[in-house]
Design a protein. Structure first.
Length: 205
């Protein structure tokens, strides 16, 4: 089977800093160097960001229908538009790839994250692939704790070390501070996710 030539780039934009355009453009350049003809929705309407959301969605879907494959940027599961593009691509039987690794994305049995409850999404994000990518939280957070201890050595009491359990608790505090500034669903998902990883460090999950 020959390699598809025209690939559509999908990912989160709404609510992202600079509408995530730098990430889209960097991925588009990377895919172009790999030999793809890239359709980058960040180029639509000359880069304007003030049009009705429906205008972008109509244009994006029209472009997707002209492509041979789909590449998904990180965080696409939390984007309603990107999730819709994913579902359309699956119905068209287009190959779907991770835009970073270019590994095929397996077909999902259920709707993506924004249709799931916060606890369900947090559970999904803290299982399976996360452990493959980073190791079990007790291992991952132990490495982080050692780095934090080295960085904060001059501020810690003698013979005091940051522990693996401290890491998810501190990250929960970061997410709480962000949520106090402005509500964002991702903050709540991350709080639930870090709570679960704390339980995993404690051996209760």
């Amino acid at each position: 089977m020959s390699k598809p030539k025209r690939i559509y780039l999908a990912g989160p934009m709404s609510g992202m800093p600079a509408h995530n355009v730098p990430t889209f453009n960097a991925a588009a350049r990377r895919l172009a160097r790999a030999g793809w003809e890239v359709v980058n929705p960040a180029d639509n309407f000359g880069g304007r960001t003030d049009l009705p959301r429906s205008s972008y969605l109509r244009a994006d879907l029209a472009l997707l229908l002209q492509c041979d494959a789909l590449a998904m940027l990180p965080g696409w599961q939390r984007s309603l538009g990107a999730a819709l593009e994913y579902l359309v691509a699956r119905q068209l039987e287009l190959p779907v790839f991770d835009a970073v690794t270019m590994e095929p994305i397996q077909a999902m049995r259920s709707l993506p994250a924004q249709r799931q409850g916060i606890l369900e999404e947090a559970g999904r994000l803290t299982a399976g692939k996360r452990n493959t990518d980073y190791g079990h939280p007790s291992e991952d957070f132990t490495r982080t704790a050692r780095m934090w201890t080295a960085i904060l050595a001059d501020r810690l009491r003698p013979d005091t070390m940051i522990t693996a359990m401290d890491v998810p608790l501190c990250m929960i505090a970061v997410k709480l501070a962000r949520q106090a500034h402005r509500h964002k669903r991702d903050n709540l998902v991350d709080i639930a996710g870090y709570a679960r990883t704390a339980a995993m460090v404690a051996g209760e999950e």
